[in-house]
Design a binder for this molecule. Sequence first.
Ligand code: 5GP
Length: 115
Amino acid sequence: MTETLFTRIINGEIPSEFIYKDDLCVCIRDISPSAPTHVLIIPRKPIPRLADAVAEDREILGHLMLKAGEIARQLGVGDAFRLVINNGADAGQTVFHLHLHLLAGKTFSESTLGM
Ligand code: 5GP
C-alpha cells in the first residue's frame, strides 16, 4: 500500500515540526491554516477515513480526543476551539489518513460548521 502523506511526515520523510507526538499520534500545524490556530492531530495508524475505523481502533479514537483537549490547552486555546473531521471527498477530505482539525482563534459563526 502506498504511504499516505501523513505517514511520510510521521516517518520523517517530509520534514515537519511536531507540536506533540507519542506512541499513538502526532500533531503538526496545518500548512494552509483556516484559523489563527489550526493544527492536525493524526494517528500513527493510517486509518483512511473515520468511517473505516473498527472496534479495535477505540483506544486510538479516544486518545485523539483526549489529546485534542490537552494540545488546545498547551496552545493557549483550551477554552474555545473547534474539532473537525472530514470524512470522504464529498465532505472535503483531501488526505486519506484520518486526522482531527483543531481550529481556534477566530469567532465561529453559530449557523455554520464550516472551517
Ligand atoms: P482534509 O482536507 O483531508 O480534511 O485535511 C487535510 C489538511 O492537510 C488540509 O487542511 C491541508 O491544508 C493539510 N495539508 C496538506 N498537505 C500538508 C502538508 O504537507 N503539511 C501539513 N502540515 N499540512 C498539510
